[in-house]
Design a protein around this ligand. Sequence first.
Ligand code: NAD
Ligand code: TDX
Length: 336
Amino acid sequence: MRTLLVTGGAGFIGSNFVHHVLEHSDARVVVLDALTYAASREALAGLPQGRVELVVGDVTDAALVDRLVGGLSGEDDAVVHFAAESHNDNSLNDPSPFISTNITGTFTLLEALCKHGVRFHHVSTDEVYGDLALDDPERFTETTPYRPSSPYSASKASADHLVRAWVRSFGVRATLSNCSNNYGPWQHVEKFIPRQVTNLLAGGRVKLYGSGANVRDWIHADDHSSAVLTILEKGRAGETYLVGADGERSNLEVVRLVLELMGRDPDDFDHVADRPGHDLRYAIDPTKLRTQLGWSPRFTSFEEGLARTIDWYAAHEDWWGPKKAAVEAAYATQGQ
Ligand code: NAD
Ligand code: TDX
């Protein structure tokens, strides 16, 4: 049985990927996760013990990473790297953990991968490409130049560059993926969709940054997971694949849809202070992944996926409830 070392496997997307791997392959999974504020042990609860092991540790801990990667087989096993500081607003307030985890963490993994000759998949974001004009006819492709805007996206861009340098200079067998905005269960309440849904569930109000004209390209986390597993199984070393599900919506449209799906007046929300340096539009052209590797998303209706996500949050207040007050207090200090 092959083993996948999944960094950040207790986070929103990483934990979704662990479930996906257990369901769709016979691999064993070792999760390396520092269990930061963004992690959820609960998201890994109930998984078969013989197939999943959680190692609590930091991806910048070179001795630990060397031991874990050194225990893998260069033939069959792989490292899938989700671990990151992932929230733009946090990176504006304190960039330092973003530099450490996202850049030094990736460097630490690459050194161990190089030494032990293990296959790697690096999970990145469409934000490395900066933003598009609302009327730009072209979407992001694998050849779009890097132009990151925030400390978060700059740290992810740095990590991507490191991976490509280790591929070219040291022959590391790595693939990369850059995905658009994910939604689904277990996403932290600091992020856009869970924040609005839980605001309403908790009796609060929806908070839209600025005018809400900013566009994001939404994909369900299950579809991101299936894309990463597809790339791991069929992708060519050294290649980058963009992951997206043709889900462009303005933030204003999303807010109105959330309100409508929750039985509220779609115009009953607050405009709050905008994010400094706020990227205007992200949009992914996923043609390469679809045509070369035969991947396609399962959630083709954002409305249906969103409705299911709202139901999930309504049923999991025991998980998000204790996190909510601190997140809202921090946003309040920023006028958001
Ligand atoms: P998340 O914040 O929900 O989870 C991150 C996980 O990494 C947490 O479990 C956390 O404990 C762990 N972690 C953080 N620092 C660590 C460290 N130093 N050592 C070990 N573990 C550490 O993030 P997410 O939204 O699930 O994103 C996962 C990955 O996907 C990230 O690399 C992110 O850049 C990328 N991505 C996210 C999105 C999105 O919409 N959320 C879109 C595209 C790409
Ligand atoms: O309360 C809010 N109101 C609001 O209007 C929040 C929290 C956000 N927003 C806006 C900002 C963005 O335009 O909603 C949009 C989405 O915001 P986030 O959920 O913070 O996501 P974003 O900044 O787009 O980044 C996300 O997608 C790419 C993930 O957090 C990243 O990890 C991923 O790389």
